[in-house]
Design a protein around this ligand. Sequence first.
Ligand code: NOJ
Ligand code: CA
Length: 750
Amino acid sequence: MKKILGIAVIALAFASCGRGPAQTSFSGEVQTLKSPDGNLTLSVGLTADGTPAYSLDFGDRAVVLPSTLGYEFRGDKLNTTYEERSSKVYSDPVDFHSGFRIIDTATGSFDETWEPVWGEESSIRNHYNELAVTFSKRLGDREPKMTVRFRLYDDGLGFRYEFPYQGWELSYFVVKEELTYFRMAGDHTACWIPGDYDTQEYSYTVSRLSRIEAEQKAHVDYNASQQVFSPSGVQTALQMKTDDGLYINIHEAAVLDYPTTSLDYDAASNSFVTWLTPDAEGWKGRLQAPCTSPWRTVMVVDDARKALASRLILNLNEPCAIPDAAEWIHPTKYMGVWWEMIADRSKWSYTSEFSSVRLGETDYKNATPHGNHGANNDNVKRYIDFAAANGMDGLLIEGWNEGWEDWFGCQKFSVFDFVTPYPDFDIKMLNEYAHSRGMRLIMHHETSSSAINYERHLEDAYNLMNKYGYDAVKSGYVGDILPEGEHHYSQFMINHYHYCITEAAKHRIMVNAHEAVRPTGLCRTWPNMIGNESARGTEFKTGVLPNHVTILPFTRLQGGPMDYTPGIFEMDMRKLNPDMQVGPGDTPFISSTIARQLALYVTMYSPLQMAADLPEHYAAHMDAFQFIKDVAVDWQRSEYLYAEPGDYLVIARQAKAHAKCRANAGMDGHEWFVGGVTDENARDFSVSLDFLEPGRTYTATIYEDAPDACGLGTDAAFNPAYSIRKLTVTSSDKLEMHMAPSGGFAISIL
Ligand code: NOJ
Ligand code: CA
């Protein structure tokens, strides 16, 4: 009993601690660590009340001012013994951020070079110095431990909380709040999207940090599932620029069995604090030691191009967990029976007869088709013929399976079974037809966010894929998550997405999940994660802003590739369907020139690239389509020539030989592709070809905006026209390139 009383006193003493402002200074001994190149300095210590704190400097410039670390835990879950549980000695919340002492420190360094299965380059250096500080805190007669492991790279910092196995000191625990602060040294200019538990499909706002709270509400536009948690919340990756030219990015790496974090900004202290996604009961992580948090990352570089070249997030993930990955995972260029549904020209559904569907009971065989079902045998064969003739690896077909009549907005548990084709989709014949033409079909699983239903059907669904020879699936999570109260970014869903990826790997299946959580570098460990949406892409009905694709590579793409679906040639969607519904705030225009659509294959890195438009639109512009046919999807080396987030990007990439991918077949590394995109402003760039092999002669094909082109869909001058020229070039040439507003250029050098 004495033991329990001791704990009760402590619990009372710390129960009043809440989400406070960041501490401002260290007290006592401070440990420091330098990055391998000596430019970054990390300091770690305790504040006067025993709160762990860290700071980060770039040379003599402060990047993160002393900022505190720690947690609040749910009290009743710390009552692990029978006696504790019956007398509830720990009350809410338990302060696990102040009152610590340092019991151990360890340093080390690490330097390796690893080869990704696919990527922006063929090898990646992982070089850091490490400091692990172990803190302990007295809670009654227990003293739980927490290690904070810091890894300092030349381009930034990663740190995470680690809870080692420690018997009765700490075993099961529930997070009320993670209290990781990032106190900024200035009122930086940031590219941010509103903090949300369910979607990242927002346009970026570029503003001073001090403007976030005033502006955030106006930048929340509709999504099928969304929950903004605070008027000062923003999401990671958060890209900032200081007035003296440092580029700072806060994000996270390796989010596993833990909720996703956003950031909440406090103008008074100019600091961000982690804001984890709650579960259905409002708790923010159910943990069991040994365990770790995800890595918290602060990238800092003095040139925007270095931010694009940074592999901080990938490096903080574990090495590849799929021993035979290179045998079956392959970069993929694909088309889809898809854009015509997005444009509402054809439908995912088969019939208009059913107000609701019960899978296995509803009789589709005797239903009258509405006659506009996109995934019918003839239409699919037409796409296969075009895609195969033009070197595609795959063809996605959506709306192939029963259930689309009531899939959306019904919060229906048994929404799809993922194995029953509609009567006019002959799954065996179509797969054989595609295989006979040297390509594969890509499966589609719209879960409608009914996660448990999907897990119940997953094994059968993947077996069906194996049976017919599909090796890739696009999955989707439209609408609010079932079970109700969970979120797209909560721990439950993080575990769900991970389960799907690991099960897919067992079936040699590659996954491209839409509406799932934005990735955090897990594709290093699980390279069958070949794509994700998890940001506003081409399909978004209210359109994308001209600066969008100049920001995504600094933010969303830091965690992994995006299925952005470039390659639209017909920018007016009403041409696909004159009756297309254009709702308030929606736009029928893709705000882009054709040359810019081509550039995206280079600037938006992904091993999974779609040629998203319809075969007939490509057939009408075969000269421009040639670039999509030619462009590689896997790379030996990438050169970031010009970059400024929110303004422009010019990137050159060298192809990598990749036998398993049609797009790169026959390439040997002498092929280069260059892409440039700009925001709403026209821009000119000189592109020096000094990355080419000296002494070698190449043919450059330049796809550029026509002199009178304008990619601004809202503008009277809107005109996506392009022109093409061919030149013989060597490494000593320089190309003068012009980009129209919301335009771009693409160059193949073969
Ligand atoms: C949303 C996806 O992002 C989109 O690409 C897909 O076509 C629909 N869901 C239907 O699954
Ligand atoms: Ca989507």
